[in-house]
Write a protein that binds this ligand. Structure first.
Ligand SMILES: Nc1ncnc2c1ncn2[C@@H]1O[C@H](COP(=O)(O)OP(=O)(O)OP(=O)(O)O)[C@@H](O)[C@H]1O
Length: 698
């Protein structure tokens, strides 16, 4: 049996050991590209001889081969040829996703006492019309004028300019990495680079365009396409003017076809339409947050980059409702020292992408991040991502530029993770102001407000509505209630407007929740400015929304976790943290001998009882092969049962990254495994038991 003795364990990090200096981390994945984001911190990293691990250049194809071979995921309906943008997760992928979600629930829902929801995927069209999705949830699309092949306009511009820059680098003799690829390897389409040197001013212009690519509207993208002479990459044909394409999948609810619906493109609207119930559940007080994990659907124009741009994906979304006049967060103190890589909007609009390394406390104090609550969530997102194993050196927060941000949003930052596909938005974190609640409230005539008792009575001037109920009821009959509700939902501004109209025309038109207009005369509807003593403050809360794409995070994590052993580039390892790894322990009997069966059963039952996912591998393969297989699955620990186990009740424990082994009594080893799976660092835990040399007399 080949066992490698390692004198010092590989350093790992966790949020609990995190020091707020970016250089303090050891990245897990071995990257040797020129990018500074790939650079491994040498501080705590053991030498390659110690961990049997080396700096092979990252090869996406090797990782993808592993992921498909070990069935982390695969194209959906593969035997029918597959459909772009749809993927099935296999056993390790599903468990990995479940573990990420479990950590997310603990980190956010439990830790922050959030109110969990599970609302429907099928969404009434009225809801999405009101939220703006029916009219505005679009991307800009262009078509090859001859073949009708479609492209997302910004992606086409990006792809062509990046290819030209790559060609320029090649012409200048620089070694260039591959950037874009399609992991399914089928119908691979990418813009080919041609080695042509560009003028320096052109390079600067392209870099500036790319830094702001998310900032362009359809008209500007059309102008860019013409100005930069961008054509359909494969055919060289011209492309059409950008047109808007709505990304929602529509359908009908019920057999009559009269109720129109959509598959939700985000989970957020399910929170907003239930706001009043959530508020009541929270005893009428803000701040509070609701949270939801579930599927969303987007009919992406050109899905690409594997799990990164798909048409069906799992989101985890938080809607944190807060007083617009007080966006302080009472736990901000606990995170304000956390240092982050920040890319603010003004840097991008200058065409640059250099990062500021600031603590979140500094970023909020300087006004770069709009408010404490937004800052608090940015820091919590950071902590979550590093907890699951994302390399903090390859994580940045990018602020939205003016055009990119929804008109109603106060501020918005994306957590972007660096992968071999470039920087990928994995979490959006936006201050959506009072927009969503206001529009749903106006549409449905349901007030969505917080009523807060005032400490001192206030004397205020207010518009007071008077309705002559004796005439109002008979006039509007069965609709009287909805017309009255519509009037009562008017805010101060609207009441002033309607008062002027009543004075001028002696009547006004009121739109009720059934979508119909009703003429209401001034003889039965008055609005009078009145001085009143106010004891309650009424306000529409603002919403801070962190929105996570689980698939993008999962794929980025796989890239950050992957490396190959020094002795064999094909011996891939996924250094997933134990809490996240699909299987925690591999039980390896030294032989298929039936003598081992009772002991195997006992060990696996004990592990199961502790809630630790384990697998027995009693195949005929060598122990080394069995461990190698499980290194590829990210299994952090292996326990070997041999004849000494039968005789002395001992068991060896192997750690995946270091291949270091310790030996102890079976119950001691299991206790150690349990602690390691609950967050104890291997560097600490391994001190509890003697190292196994293979030669010891036990
Ligand atoms: N097509 C998709 N495939 C996988 N994940 C997605 C997709 N679209 C969005 N997400 C995930 O959902 C999160 C929140 O969605 P949001 O609407 O903010 O994304 P977005 O700005 O539309 O993304 P992009 O600009 O990349 O299309 C994103 O940060 C991302 O992780």
């Amino acid at each position: 049996m080949l066992r490698t003795l390692v004198s010092r364990p590989f350093h790992t990090y966790s949020s609990s050991t995190y020091q707020p200096t970016l250089g303090a981390f050891t990245s897990r994945a071995c990257f040797t590209t020129s990018s500074s984001f790939h650079a491994r911190s040498k501080m705590a990293a053991p030498s390659s001889s110690e961990v049997n691990k080396t700096a092979h250049a990252f090869e996406r194809s090797a990782l993808e081969g592993l992921l498909i071979k070990r069935f982390f995921f695969c194209p959906a309906f593969e035997i029918y040829g597959g459909v772009k943008g749809l993927f099935d997760y296999g056993p390790p992928g599903s468990s990995l996703q479940a573990n990420i979600i479990d950590t997310w629930r603990k980190h956010f829902i439990i830790e922050e006492e959030m109110l969990e929801l599970d609302t429907t995927i099928m969404t009434l069209s009225d809801v999405l019309k009101t939220s703006g999705h029916v009219d505005k949830f679009t991307d800009w699309m262009v078509k090859d004028v001859k073949t009708n092949e479609v492209f997302r306009a910004d992606h086409l511009v990006e792809g062509v300019l990046e290819a030209r820059l790559k060609g320029d680098k090649e012409a200048r003799g620089a070694k260039v990495e591959e950037k874009e690829d399609d992991p399914t390897k089928k119908k691979k389409k990418k813009v080919k680079s041609v080695a042509i040197q560009l003028e320096d001013s052109v390079v600067a212009e392209y870099e500036s365009i790319l830094a702001q690519i998310d900032n362009f509207n359809g008209k500007e993208l059309g102008e860019l396409i013409r100005a930069q002479k961008i054509v359909s990459p494969e055919t060289g044909n011209e492309v059409s003017e950008p047109v808007e394409f709505n990304l929602m999948f529509d359908t009908q609810i019920g057999p009559t076809g009269q109720i129109k619906g959509y598959l939700r493109p985000e989970t957020a609207q399910g929170h907003f339409v239930n706001f009043n119930r959530l508020l009541e559940f929270n005893n009428g007080r803000v701040p509070f947050a609701s949270a939801q994990i579930g599927k969303s659907f987007r009919n992406e124009i050109s899905p690409r980059s594997g799990l990164l741009r798909v048409r069906e994906f799992t989101m985890a979304e938080i809607e944190h409702f807060v007083d617009p006049l007080d966006k302080a967060h009472d736990r901000f103190e606990s995170v304000k020292h956390i240092k982050l890589n920040l890319l603010p909007k003004d840097v991008q609009t200058e065409g640059r992408t250099d990062l500021s390394q600031l603590t979140i406390g500094e970023a909020v104090a300087s006004g770069m991040v709009d408010n404490e609550t937004l800052g608090y969530f940015i820091a919590r997102i950071f902590l979550f991502l590093i907890k699951i194993g994302i390399n903090p050196e390859r994580l940045r927060f990018r602020q939205h530029m003016a055009n990119e941000m929804a008109h109603y949003a106060a501020d918005c930052w994306d957590a972007e993770i660096h992968t071999s596909y470039g920087w990928i938005e994995c979490v959006g974190c936006a201050d959506r102001s009072a927009y969503d609640l206001s529009v749903h409230s106006a549409k449905t005539q349901n007030k969505m407000v917080v009523r807060q008792p005032l400490k001192e009575v206030r004397i205020v001037e207010k518009m007071v509505v008077g309705l002559d109920k004796k005439v109002f009821g008979p006039r509007f009959k069965k609709d009287a209630k909805i017309v009255e509700d519509a009037i009562m939902a008017f805010d101060e501004e609207k009441l002033k407007e309607v008062a002027a109209e009543l004075a001028e025309k002696q009547s006004t038109t009121v739109r009720a929740s059934n979508g119909q207009d009703y003429e209401v005369p001034s003889s039965i509807f008055t609005i009078t400015p009145t001085t009143i003593r106010e004891q309650v403050r009424e306000f529409v809360p603002n919403v801070i929304e962190p929105s996570f794409g689980i698939g993008r995070i999962l794929y980025s994590l796989l890239e950050h976790s992957y490396w190959a052993r020094e002795d064999d580039v094909n011996r891939g390892v996924l250094s997933l943290p134990p809490t996240i790894a699909p299987i925690k322990v591999l039980i390896v009997p030294i032989s298929g001998n039936t003598e081992f069966k009772p002991l195997i059963r006992e060990v696996s039952q004990t592990l199961r009882g502790l809630g630790i996912a384990s697998r027995v591998d009693d195949s005929g393969a060598s122990i080394g092969k069995r461990y190698a297989r499980n290194d590829e699955l990210g299994t952090p620990f292996g326990v070997t049962l041999d004849f000494a186990s039968l005789k002395n009740g001992t068991m060896t424990l192997r750690e995946r990254d270091t291949t270091l082994q310790v030996i102890g009594k079976i119950d001691e080893v299991i206790k150690l495994v349990a602690d390691l799976c609950s967050g104890l660092e291997w560097s600490e835990g391994s001190k509890r038991l003697p190292a196994y040399t293979g030669e010891q007399e036990i």
